[in-house]
Ligand binder design. Sequence first.
Ligand code: PNS
Length: 160
Amino acid sequence: MATAVCPGSFDPPTNGHMDVIRRSVSLFDQVVVAVIRNLSKTPMFRSSERVAMLGDLFADEPTVEIASFDGLLVDFAKDRNVNVIVKGLRAVSDFDYELQMAQMNHRLSGIDTVFVPTSPEHAYLSSSLVKEVGSLGGAVDSLVPPEVARLMKERWSHER
Ligand code: PNS
């Protein structure tokens, strides 16, 4: 049985993340979405909130599990008997760093990385751009799932 891990910050989950996770579901028997707990910069959402959002988004998907982790991704992957790391590639500019991480992760653990090309309609999407656009009053509704958009607006309404 093949189990994949889709790791990320997911601060917040975007339609691009949804696309890569859904495509992983069709490729692997089990998918663990792994939310990194400690981000270098202050997150918009706590890790427990990011886990809860993803849990709601994939509630109808029995082969998807949402978890959070600290430390090395490969240690988490080995603990969970994960066979493959899945990463989305939006553009060639993602490739250099992702290749470096894939090679390091393989060196550390023997676990391979599979790259899934992001669907072109999501190629420009990133969590940080969505946050920037939304915090400056732009519409995020077509960029993130509806419930995520609602939570983002709620957060900003408290800050303003
Ligand atoms: O959504 P992001 O910010 O692109 O996700 C990056 C993430 C969390 C997948 C990456 O930073 C990661 O794997 N961090 C865990 C620490 C680790 O294993 N570092 C060594 C990477 S070779």
